[in-house]
Design a protein around this ligand. Structure first.
Ligand code: FES
Length: 262
């Protein structure tokens, strides 16, 4: 059974939608970078994301993700800092952040376990795992939520633990996830999708990494599956910040950069 969805006035799932806009308020303005302190690393990370896209606004999602990582949630301060670096209004970024379940507009626990309970995972025991995960996380600093298909049906039933995809899961894995999170270890390393080279269960399981520093191949550890086929240099380049594929979009110089084709 799913956790009940928090509701605000009139059944809205989004806080603030019941409050009429204050039409007497000054229009939202873009924060002045000169008077808006932003942690240096956060600024650099946002600028790195912006440089990857022809339209810097395309970096809104990864930039909000960076800010949520720093602040723990998309607080008004976090939104203001992203807005100052990206030169957007806080209202624009709030409209983006409030659309996605992965962004939290209220304080949340430090860890997220998103359990897929969609059809493929459900058929293979996701509901039982979800119940076990809720029980294991009782009282811990962990946000457990059920999710629609997370796009990794080949490892069903699966979950995203702080962004790391793990599966196939059984009920006993719930306590192991809790133990790994509490100890600050990589979560279920032998079940992380990044080390699976194929959905075929018959090939031998590659060695397990020792920790997060084993992000890339070493003589003792295999290359993560999502960098297979890339050179060592390209594997590093393609994984800016270690957060997945983020190669710059290359637009041939002869094409206009505004999306038109004339
Ligand atoms: S149904 Fe669970 S990942 Fe697709």
């Amino acid at each position: 059974m799913n956790k009940s969805v928090p509701r605000f006035e009139h059944g809205s799932r989004v806080p603030g939608w019941d409050t009429p806009a204050d039409l007497d308020k000054d229009p939202a303005t873009i924060p002045d970078p000169a008077t808006t302190p932003v942690p240096e690393q956060l600024r650099q990370d946002i600028e790195t994301h912006m440089a990857l896209y022809p339209d810097p606004r395309s970096a809104a999602l990864p930039s909000l993700e960076e800010a949520q990582r720093v602040h723990g949630w998309c607080s008004p301060l976090a939104i203001t800092q992203v807005a100052a670096v990206m030169q957007l209004t806080p209202a624009y970024l709030t409209s983006v952040a409030s659309f996605y379940d992965m962004f939290k507009m209220t304080r949340k626990p430090a860890n997220d376990v998103f359990v897929c309970t969609n059809i493929s995972c459900s058929l293979l025991g996701a509901d039982e795992f979800f119940e076990a995960m809720l029980a294991a996380a009782e009282g811990a600093d962990v946000n457990v939520a059920s999710f629609e298909c997370l796009g990794a049906c080949d490892i069903a039933p699966m979950a995203s633990v702080n962004g790391e995809y793990v599966g196939p899961l059984d009920a006993e894995d719930a306590q192991r996830i809790l133990d790994d999170l509490s100890a600050g270890r990589p979560v279920l390393p032998e079940k992380q999708i990044r080390y699976r080279r194929t959905v075929d269960p018959s090939p031998p399981t590659p060695p397990v990494p020792d920790g997060p520093e084993q992000e890339f191949a070493t003589p003792d550890h295999p290359r993560p599956a999502d960098t297979v086929g890339l050179s060592d240099a390209d594997a590093q380049t393609d994984r800016v910040g270690g957060s997945g594929s983020s190669a710059p979009i290359e637009i041939p110089p002869e094409l206009p950069r505004d999306g038109t084709d004339t």
